[in-house]
Design a protein around this ligand. Structure first.
Ligand code: ZN
Length: 222
């Protein structure tokens, strides 16, 4: 599909929002250099369905809004001159499985990777984590992460109710109904992984369960 004579699939505002969260991921210590990637689902008035995704191998401090790529759900680039992130097939597999997912944030943060390297599931010990990730985050055993099969297994392991999955010896994939919420999940899981790591060495931490948290009617979430 060519978009040369159509309206752009990705607005300038969306491109800038993605770049903002890329740089936030570095500021928050979730990524550095060219690590990690972000994508957001887009729909066109003409039935087009696809995603906007960050380019491959571009440092965030040198990345521009126009470097983002628009890709259809079959993986064809319809806007952009650079190569999409190498994990494009993995993002697409997650969007295919979960129609509720509108954005994906992949990070390579330290304590997620400490527990991932140990093969240890990230149980919720913090309120933010249980509210946004919604449950224990499973760990997928190490394998190279750029093919669609990996993506299908990653999406299957994450399932339909939890919003994150750890790739052992690599990093985290977090999803949300918006980019803001997917980013909150990535931040919450890393913070939780750090507290869990230390708490387990000091004693036996209390594990929270999403279904057992009584959220008062009308309460605003933190
Ligand atoms: Zn990665």
């Amino acid at each position: 599909m060519s978009s040369t004579d159509a309206r752009p699939r990705a607005t300038q505002a969306l491109r800038e929002e993605i770049l903002y969260y890329c740089r936030e991921s570095v500021r928050a210590g979730l990524n550095f250099n060219t690590q990690g990637n972000i994508s957001v689902r887009v729909h066109g008035d003409d039935g087009f369905e696809g995603i906007v995704i960050t380019p491959s191998d571009v440092r965030y401090d040198a990345m521009h809004p126009e470097d983002m790529l628009v890709v259809d759900l079959d993986g064809n680039v319809v806007e952009g001159d650079l190569l999409p992130s190498t994990e494009l097939p993995v993002h697409l597999a997650h969007y295919r499985r979960r129609p509720d997912v509108q954005a994906i944030v992949h990070t390579e943060s330290t304590f997620v990777n400490v527990l991932g390297a140990l093969g240890q599931r990230i149980d919720p010990v913090l309120l933010n984590m249980v509210l946004y990730a919604k449950g224990p985050v499973p760990v997928m055993p190490f394998e190279f992460s750029t093919c669609a099969d990996f993506g299908r297994r990653s999406a299957e392991l994450m399932g339909d109710d939890v919003n994150a999955v750890v790739w052992a010896n690599h990093g985290l994939l977090a999803v949300g109904v918006s980019l803001k919420l997917a980013f909150k999940v990535a931040v919450a899981v890393e913070e939780n992984a750090e507290v869990l790591y230390h708490a387990q060495r000091a004693g036996t931490p209390t594990i929270l369960e999403y279904d057992r948290i009584a959220i008062p009617e009308g309460a605003r979430l933190p």
